[in-house]
Design a protein around this ligand. Structure first.
Ligand SMILES: C[S@@+](CC[C@H](N)C(=O)[O-])C[C@H]1O[C@@H](n2cnc3c(N)ncnc32)[C@H](O)[C@@H]1O
Length: 245
């Protein structure tokens, strides 16, 4: 798989992640008053897993942007949204044209990130908000150690061009860009399933790392209910653009 397309996992996997994060997303969108927000940008929309929710909950219109054109073309349900092919680092929009920018599992793939954050600040109106849900692979909690994959994720993601530590870095980056930042953590643990290894297979692992993944997969899932824990922390961030930024 070429490295640019690694940022876009299979649509079913994205749908599953969007389902897991639904309560956190609802809480953040409520926090920024989504029901009164007008122009909304879904930054790095992929196949548009969250677009129907943004269309339903905001006053719209919703713009779904991604740099991968075929995701926009093949996505499942973009009804009520305008699709735009573009890059987060140079957004093809006028300044102060959005009330809400939403971003879900995308900022870890955006490089360089600082200019992209400046772009989000530019396209938001004063009082406009960024809602971002991003993981921190360096903070994974896994038990027992025989089924731990954190180091494989960190190395594979970094090699693929993603930042596995985006979660812990994002609040500071946004504060430095002048946003008023609030952060919480996703608090629900799901019983681990072997589907957690699916995307890891697509990452560029070295020979011994791939062998380690196969060993872990062979050992996982055999111990009974809740005998294993695999938790990927998510930073849940709202960042409001202040006057004069
Ligand atoms: C893991 S997917 C998440 C997609 C979607 N937000 C979701 O939750 O289903 C990351 C998406 O970010 C997009 N992306 C990465 N870097 C980008 C950039 N610089 N500009 C626009 N989109 C980008 C990828 O093409 C991919 O669709």
């Amino acid at each position: 798989m070429e490295s640019g397309s690694l940022a876009l996992p299979e649509a079913g996997l994205l749908r599953m992640q969007a389902e897991w994060l639904a309560p956190a997303r609802a809480q953040l969108l409520r926090q920024v008053g989504v029901g009164r927000r007008r122009e909304v940008l879904d930054l790095g929309t992929g196949y548009g897993a969250v677009v129907p929710e943004l269309v339903r909950r905001s006053r719209g219109p919703v713009v779904a942007l991604d740099r991968v054109f075929h995701a926009l073309a093949r996505g499942e349900d973009f009804r009520g949204a305008e699709r735009v092919a573009g890059d987060a680092v140079t957004l093809p929009f006028a300044s102060a044209s959005f009330d809400l920018v939403f971003s879900h599992l995308t900022l870890l793939w955006v490089a360089p990130l600082t200019p992209a954050i400046d772009e989000v600040a530019r396209v938001l109106r004063v009082g406009g908000a960024l809602v971002a849900l991003e993981p921190d692979y360096g903070g994974m909690i896994e038990y027992p150690s025989e089924v731990a994959t954190r180091d494989l994720w960190v190395k594979g993601l970094a090699r693929a061009g993603a930042d596995p530590y985006i979660g812990r870095k994002l609040p500071g980056l946004l504060a430095r860009a002048g946003f008023e930042v609030r952060v919480s953590l996703f608090d629900t643990l799901f019983e681990p399933s072997v589907t957690r290894f699916a995307f890891l297979h697509d990452l560029p692992l070295l020979g011994e790392e791939r062998a380690e993944l196969e060993r872990v997969e062979g050992a996982a899932g055999a111990r009974g209910p809740w005998a294993e824990v695999a938790h990927l922390p998510f930073m849940l961030v709202t960042a409001v653009k202040r006057e004069g930024e």
